[in-house]
Each structure stands twice: as structure tokens, then as C-alpha cells.
Design a protein around this ligand. Structure first.
Ligand code: GDP
Length: 595
């Protein structure tokens, strides 16, 4: 017995391969009411940070209806920092739609998420997107996808994946790889989903099992658990038992259930096996916990939650302008804000320190933590952060540290310096292949420690032509000694005269000043640089629309190249080498020690 009226799929892709555009187009072309209004609303209130960085941070679900079948589409974060969440999403669905750029082909994030999907025995559908690009090479890309499937140990069923060629942006698709055959419809994708992705088993007459895979929070209803009804039926008013992770149980009555319609949630009265739903009313419900009938308590196996691998100290802005009292008020607010984050982010840890205005915040990686920092800054919290440190872990009595798998695409001429730089950082080269046209693909295994701050070096080393991607690989025994060495990077506090804002700046040995977007650089500003070997003060003597900035160091004057505008990720790398800085109205001085 199957629920033929439902399909549950996750959509996976490397950043920018067109996942969001595709889901929006599926929604537009489905018979879901109000889809246009909903899309317009979403475009308006979607997370600004996600838009800017072009990545999915929060998992979202979209439910579309096609020929009377409801298709639940779970969006998955593509970055390894959110691996645990990806895994939990994979457990909620029966198949995946893998979106691959028709030119770029398979990328590290494709690999990372696909691996998780194949491990769950999910049935895949491949959408080769951006077929409209003149540079599209669909045949080769499909070969690459097939090779990747084989490499990741796909079974025979999985290897028989259907391929749909699409241009999400034009709303066209086709089963043929000839761009001239594109049709103005997403029907081939809908049909492939209905045909290939298995419908959920209908065991709605058996005792209920609903497992929470994701958390959400809303001021009106509080904590919300999102998950799949794996067995049975759940109804508003039911008396149920929640099996907690620590083995205890709690009884409660189901007060509110929500289903997904288009991009919205709507209250529903009941849900059955195979449905993806949201439940509210259970105060401290947590990821991995199971809801069952009180007279048939049978919890499902707990779900995997990623342990943090990186930690930072957050501290309240201790600018001399903030009075003592002001500082403690701020400290309380920052703490409340961090605690609120814990409501939905299960991979985050916040620990108090000896000092009431600083906390140790641990997360999955630089991206995970940088998103939190940036979100808080945008909300107006004034924070300083320390350099990130990897979290060591003892496994079978051996002290281990996290390692990342790094994939680099670069013009040949830079491979020598990349290999040298990464070996200094204790990386091990796993593979090196020529991808044609003088391009090389290098694969390394590098201790996460060695990658802190590497992006910037990499960008200058390859004159911006290199592409680097990395994903968490595994914990392995610690490598002894220091890794690499950096000579630039500073967190700079700039007094704009109106308010004290924080921004990040780096000064390379050659004298280039890098600023991140929104940083005000002005004449007379003094920037302190923290380097391991020497202290350097750069006096900016000319700053005009952030071009042709001149700098004068203590001993020499050098013309600075056009400052590069950094992405947040790159700017976070600068924070990596930072110690705390103090701001005074006329100068910015480096402070070597924290207080
Ligand atoms: P995501 O990061 O996977 O969600 O990717 P998005 O849907 O945000 O798309 C990334 C970029 O690719 C955007 O600029 C889109 O406009 C563009 N894009 C998406 N689909 C297509 C397509 O079919 N053809 C072309 N040429 N561009 C596309």
C-alpha cells in the first residue's frame, strides 16, 4: 500500500547551480494556488544574507501540487558546515533532485550532498541546468555525474537515474541534451519525479511515529518541530508521548499541526504516514525525538547531530565610548540573543566564560559561525570575535583534529606555489589531474587548522583565477607543531565620527589594503596590523572611493593597488589572525592582549 498522492524529495546542488531558480519555476508551473503571490512575498522577505552570499542557509520546504500529487521539496544547505542537517533532511525524503550546472559539472558540494543521499539509498533524478549557456557541455557533465555516482558507490538502481536538461531561468526543459529541443515547460521534471521517486508506504493505520528532523521557532507558537510522519496518523487533540534523547518521556496533547502549501504553512487537523509536517506546542522538543501514542511508545533511532569543530570567543564591544553600565546591559542582550539562536541551531554551543561579557561559541566551521556573527551585527549587536580555533577531540585515546578535503581548480602556472603553500600547511595531495585548456584540478587533505586564513593567500597566489572549495572530511590524529604562518590580518575598529562600527581590514606585506564592503576608509585613518613578527602601523594618506589608496608604513611608502572588496568569508579569514583592537577617536591602536 502506497501513498500515491505524495512524493517527498530533497533538492541538492552546488552553490549557484540554480536550485532556487528551479524550485521557484516548479512552483510557478504547478497547480498550487497563489504561487505567484507567494513567490513575490518570499522575494521580499527572504533572508538578505542568503541573497547576498547566494547560498541556502536555512532549510526551506516548498510543497507543490502536480496532477493531484503533492510534491514536498526540501531545500538542502549545500555547505559542509551544515552536513548534519543535510543528513537529517535525507532521512525525511524518498528521493533527490540533483541539479548540476551544464558547464561547471560536478563540484565539491555536489559530491558532499550526493554522498549523503546515496548513503540513505535515495533514488536520484539529475537535472542538468543552464543548458541555455553557450558554454554548456551537457554530455560531458552527465559523464562526470555518472563517474561521481560510481565513485560514491551508488547501487544499480541509483545508477539508472533519469536526466532532464533544463534552463530554470527560462522555464524550459527537455529529455534531450540538444538545447534546440527545449520546451517551455517543467513537465519532464514533474513526470520524472512521479515516475521514479517512490511514493511513501501507507501504514497510516499502525501506531504513530513522527520524528523531528529540524527545528524552527516563532514568537507566537514557540518551538516548532519539523519532520516526517513515518507511521500512523497524528491528529489535533491526540494524547501523545514524546521520547526525549536522554531516554525520558513527556506526555502532551497535540495542539497545532501545520502542513506545507506552496511556500506557506497552514494549520491542518491531521497528517498521515508519509506527510512532512510541523508540530508546535511541545516546549522543549528537540531534533531526533519521536512522538508516538502514549500506549505504544516506540521511539525511532536517534538522528545524527554534528558536533562543533571550530570555536571562537565572542565579546561585547569594549569601546571606550561604551560606559561601564552600557557594557553590562549589552552583555545581557548578547547573551539572550545567543540563547535564542540555540532554539533552532542544534550544532551550535554557547559556553559562559569567567567574564560576563564574553562567551565561547562553537560551531561547525568558519561559514557557520560567520553567518551568526554577520546576522548579529546586522541586528545591531556590537561584537568582537577572536581568531577561530579548531576543536580537538580524543578518539580511542588518540588526540585528533578535523581535516578538510580541498578541491582546487587553477591555471597550471600556479600549481607549484599552491602545492608548496598547502604542504607548508601540512596538507597532503591526494590527486592531480589536467582538465584541459591549461587548467589543473588538485585535491588535498588538509588539517582545518591549516585552512584558517588560506583563502586570501590563495586568491593572491592565483591572481583570482583559482577556485577553491573545501568540505569537512574526518577527524584524524593531530599533526604536531604550528601550521603555516601568516603576516597579515587585523580586525579594525573604525570611528566614523558618528558611531563606532567594526570592520575588517588586511594589509599585505606588499602594502595592499583590503577592506570589506561598507568599510569607510578615509584619509588620516591609522590602521594597526598585527603580525607575528613585527607590529606595523599603516597610515592611510589618501582614500578616494576606495581606489588608489596610498599607504605609508613606518619605514616606507608604497602605492596601494585598487583595494579589493572582500566577501564576508574572505573577511572572516582576516579575523583569523586578529587580536583585539582598541579604538580612539584619532587613531586605531593595536592591543596585543585581551584586556
Ligand atoms: P542556487 O545557489 O543553486 O540556489 O542558485 P540560484 O537559483 O540562486 O541561481 C544562481 C544563478 O544562476 C542566478 O544568477 C540565476 O539567475 C542563474 N541561473 C539559474 N538557472 C539558470 C539557467 O537555467 N540558465 C542560466 N543561464 N542561468 C541560470
Amino acid at each position: 500500500n502506497f501513498r500515491k498522492d505524495i512524493r517527498n524529495v530533497a533538492i541538492i546542488a552546488h552553490v549557484d547551480h540554480g536550485k532556487t531558480t528551479l524550485v521557484d519555476e516548479l512552483l510557478k508551473q504547478s497547480d498550487t494556488l497563489d504561487s505567484h503571490t507567494q513567490l513575490a512575498e518570499r522575494a521580499m522577505d527572504s533572508n538578505a544574507l542568503e541573497k547576498e552570499r547566494g547560498i541556502t542557509i536555512l532549510a526551506k520546504n516548498t510543497a507543490v501540487s502536480y496532477k493531484g500529487t503533492r510534491i514536498n521539496i526540501m531545500d538542502t544547505p549545500g555547505h559542509a558546515d551544515f552536513g548534519g542537517e543535510v543528513e537529517r533532511i535525507m532521512k525525511m525524503v524518498d528521493g533527490v533532485v540533483l541539479v548540476v550546472d551544464a558547464y561547471e559539472g560536478t563540484m565539491p558540494q555536489t559530491r558532499f550532498v550526493l554522498k549523503k543521499a546515496l548513503e540513505q539509498d535515495l533514488i536520484p533524478i539529475v537535472v542538468v541546468n543552464k543548458i541555455d549557456k553557450p558554454s554548456a557541455r551537457p554530455e560531458e557533465v552527465v559523464d562526470e555525474v555518472l563517474e561521481l555516482f560510481i565513485e560514491l558507490g551508488a547501487d544499480d538502481d541509483q545508477l539508472e537515474f533519469p536526466v532532464v536538461y533544463a534552463s530554470a531561468i527560462n522555464g524550459t526543459s527537455s529529455l534531450s541534451d540538444n538545447p534546440a529541443d527545449q520546451q517551455p515547460t517543467m513537465e519532464p521534471i514533474f513526470e520524472s519525479i512521479l515516475e521514479h521517486i517512490p511514493a511513501p508506504v501507507d501504514n497510516s493505520e499502525e501506531p504513530l511515529q513522527f520524528q523531528v528532523s529540524l527545528l524552527d521557532y516563532n514568537d507566537y507558537v514557540g518551538r516548532i518541530g519539523i519532520g516526517r510522519v513515518f507511521r500512523g496518523t497524528i491528529k489535533v487533540g491526540d494524547q501523545v508521548t514524546l521520547s526525549k534523547l536522554d531516554g525520558t518521556t513527556k506526555n502532551f496533547r497535540v495542539t497545532k499541526l501545520f502542513g506545507f502549501f506552496g511556500l506557506q504553512r497552514q494549520e491542518i487537523q491531521e497528517a498521515k504516514a508519509g506527510d512532512l509536517i510541523a508540530v508546535s506546542g511541545m516546549e522543549d522538543i528537540f531534533v531526533g525525538e519521536t512522538v508516538t501514542p502514549t500506549d505504544a511508545v516506540e521511539p525511532l533511532p536517534v538522528l545524527h547531530i554534528d558536533e562543533p569543530t571550530l570555536q571562537m570567543t565572542f565579546l561585547v564591544n569594549n569601546s571606550p565610548f561604551a560606559g561601564r553600565e552600557g557594557k553590562w546591559i549589552t552583555a545581557r542582550k548578547v547573551e539572550e540573543r545567543l540563547m535564542a539562536e540555540l532554539q533552532t541551531d542544534v550544532s551550535l554551543r554557547v559556553e559562559e566564560t569567567d567574564s560576563p561579557d564574553r562567551w565561547t561559541v562553537s560551531g561547525r566551521g568558519e561559514l557557520h559561525l560567520s553567518i551568526l556573527i554577520e546576522t548579529m551585527r546586522r541586528e545591531g549587536y556590537e561584537l568582537q570575535v577572536s581568531r577561530p580555533e579548531v576543536i580537538e577531540r580524543e578518539i580511542d585515546g588518540v588526540k585528533c583534529e578535523p581535516f578538510e578535503r580541498v578541491q582546487i581548480d587553477t591555471p597550471e602556472e600556479y600549481q607549484g606555489s599552491i602545492i608548496q603553500a598547502l604542504s607548508e600547511r601540512k596538507g597532503e595531495m591526494l590527486d592531480m589531474t589536467s582538465t584541459g585548456n591549461g587548467q589543473m584540478r588538485l585535491i588535498f587533505l588538509v588539517p582545518a587548522r591549516g585552512l584558517i586564513g588560506f583563502t586570501t593567500d590563495f586568491m593572491s597566489m592565483t591572481r583570482g583565477y583559482g577556485i577553491m572549495n573545501h568540505t569537512f572530511d574526518q577527524y584524524m590524529p593531530m599533526i604536531q607543531g604550528n601550521i603555516g604562518g601568516r603576516h597579515h590580518g587585523a580586525l579594525v575598529s573604525i570611528d566614523t565620527g558618528k558611531a563606532t562600527t567594526y570592520s575588517i581590514m588586511s594589509i599585505e606585506e606588499r602594502g595592499t589594503v583590503f577592506v570589506n564592503p561598507g568599510t569607510e576608509v578615509y584619509e588620516g585613518m591609522i590602521v594597526g596590523e598585527n603580525s607575528r613578527d613585527n607590529d606595523l602601523t599603516v597610515n592611510i594618506t589618501k582614500a578616494k572611493q576606495m581606489t588608489n589608496v596610498r599607504s605609508a608604513t613606518k619605514d616606507q611608502t608604497s602605492v596601494i593597488k585598487t583595494p579589493k572588496i572582500l566577501t564576508l568569508e574572505e573577511s572572516l579569514e582576516f579575523m583569523a589572525d586578529d587580536e583585539y583592537l582598541e579604538v580612539t577617536p584619532e587613531s586605531i591602536r593595536l592591543r596585543k592582549q585581551i584586556l
